[in-house]
Every structure is written in structure tokens, then in C-alpha cells.
Design a protein around this ligand. Sequence first.
Ligand SMILES: Cc1ncc(COP(=O)(O)O)c(C=O)c1O
Length: 395
Amino acid sequence: MAIAHKIEGFMETSSWIRRMFEDGIELKKQYGAENVFDFSLGNPNVAPPDRFRELLAAVVEECGCTPGAHMYMQNVGYADTRTEIAAYLSRGHAVPLSADHIVMTCGAGGALNVVFKTLFDPGDEIVIPKPFFAEYTFYVDNHGGIPVFVDTNGDFSLNLDAVERAVTGRTKAVLINSPNNPTGKVYDQRSIDGLAALIDEKQREFGTEIYLVSDEPYSTIVYDGIMVPSILKACKNSLLITSYSKSLSVPGERIGYIAVNPGAAGVEKIIGGLTLSNRILGFTNAPALMQRVVGRMQGVYVDVEHYRRKRDLLCDGLWQAGFEFEPPGGAFYLFPRTPIDDDVAFVRALQKKNILVVPGRGFGGPGHIRICYCVDDATIINAMDGFAAVMKQYR
Ligand SMILES: Cc1ncc(COP(=O)(O)O)c(C=O)c1O
């Protein structure tokens, strides 16, 4: 066989994503792109803020072809950038971080791999609430970890009893993602405090260290005055992962970071491990140009109003069409229940109306579909008749 059995298997299990993509290309060829309503990818369509363009131009002007401007750097990233980020986080989280607690990474995806590489011995377990970002399974496997998936409540809030049952002496980490992909759920302060207390209690019970890893690339995309609680404040053994992919609409630029809680057990070792892992996973360091840009634009983000409008358009339309769902508090995903158990069949029925969405089973949430609403308003508006017609077939 040309390739590893494991990758062959992964290709098979994730083939529905590929198929969706290929079907989409085919449909667009057949009907024209404007007549295909593609909600399948979380690829932000809103332009980056003006400040990003200004700073990008300024950085290129300052160090375009200056000798040294494009050299290798410390694997952890530029000190200036890390200092800016640490100052920004210290203010926002009321936890005193310095540049030494920040590791610049190739997006949140790169950061997750760096964290898992650093934390896991073979067979170490990581507890992950369902539904979850599909790539977690692959990332955990990359580093010999074992994912232990746990149910959330009906409204996708954290089910602390389920987490408690899942934590054992082999648990190295609990991974949360809020605002969540695929549900848009934002965990509230009470559940974060409860989770932190639970981790504390389990560490004492087993005499182990358990790290709370919070994957938060959507933390700036929240609605209706909802706040994302600070995990750095709530839990000492915590690592915050984020990126600028969604907050600045620049996912192709691969820029993000890890912030390690200064109070975490073994903090210096962890930072050393993360830095080495950034190197030996082949990332080496986060992109130099982007580090220079994002360092200077702390607190500047895409206007969330764009996404709020799209969320409301989509939710209003789907309510009227008879869909059932939890209104999302953040991110740009909606995760409605399907009127039949077979979410793949429902996705196929939508496809016949040129609507592309992803079956929930790929995220550990069968009986649902994921709709990404980071699309033009016209896509949402023009897809509504199709959504309504398909729902009608099943009611
Ligand atoms: C929950 C979650 N984590 C991580 C990532 C990866 O983000 P990045 O582009 O920063 O690697 C994504 C991307 O969609 C995501 O939804």
C-alpha cells in the first residue's frame, strides 16, 4: 500500500467532507456559483479591519527587504509581539502575564498540536465535550493521546457530571472550545468555575496534574452582550489557545498563540516544551510578517455586527421554516436538529436544493446539521425557500 493504513482509514472516515466539497464544485459548475448555497466551510467572508491593511502596508514598508527581517527567530516568536499580547491579556483577564508566557504559533490548529505534543505521553487521555471541532480527533492522535468524548446538556452547555465521570488517573487534559464550533454555544461563568473546581478536586483525588486547554479562536465573535469567561482567571492549570484566523478574518495567514497561566504547575517546563514542539513539528516559528502586524493591533477585531446580522437572518428564516435549534451566542455556526435521525439523508435532501451543509455526525453530534453563516447575506436569503421546502417534506 502506498500510504499508511491509518491515514487511509482517516481519509475514509473524513471522506464526507471531501465529498461535500467535490459535490459543491460540481453543483456550481452545473448551476452557476450564485445558485448554489454553500454553508459548508467556516471560512470568514468578512474583510479584515482597515487597521490590518494599514499595518500590513507599514510593516512591509519598514522591513520589506531589510536584511534580517525574514530570518529564523527564537522558536517562541518575537519578544515585541509577545510583550504586546501579554499586556493585552493581563488587562483583559486580570492575570499578570509576561512575554515569557506566550508562544506564537501557526494558527490555533498549530497551537493545539504543539500543546498536545508537549503534554501527552502515549495513552494519556484528554476529555472533550461533544459536539466538537472535527480536527481534534486527528490532532490528539498525532501525539499519541486518547480522546474521551463526553455528552453536553441539551442546550450544549457543559455537563459537569459527565466530565466528572470521564476524568481518571490517566487524564492529562480537559479540552473546551467556547464559543463552540459547531454549536455556537458560549459556556457561562458558572460552568467554567464548576469545571475549574472539578479539575482541582480530581487532581487531589488522583495526585496528578490535569490541564484545562481552552481553544478560543472565536472569543471575539459573541452576541447579545455575552462574555467569554476567563479560563486564566478561573483555573490555575490552564492554557489558552487562540488565533487571528476568525477575529481578523485572516485564516490563510496562519497566525495565533498559546498563553500559559503563570500559576500553572511546571509553567517553565511547559513553555520550554511548547517552544521545542513548535520547532520539531516543523512549524519552527509563526510567520514573521504576521507576528509584526498582529503584535501592534491588540484589541482590534472584525466588527461582530456583520455576523450578528447574518445570525439573525438565518435564525429568523429557519424558525419560520420549522427548524429547531439553540440560538448561537457566538462564533458563526448554527447546529439545528434534523427532523429525521439520519442527518446524512437530510443533508442529501438539502443538496438537491443546491444547499450545502455538513452532517452533525462528523462533529460527534448525529441528528444535526452544521450551517456556517460566514457567507453573503444573499446566500442566506436565497437559500430559505430551499430550507423550507426540504423541512416540509419531513413534517
Ligand atoms: C474550534 C476551532 N479550533 C481551531 C481551529 C483552527 O483555527 P486556525 O485557522 O487558527 O488554525 C478552528 C478552525 O475552524 C476551529 O473552528
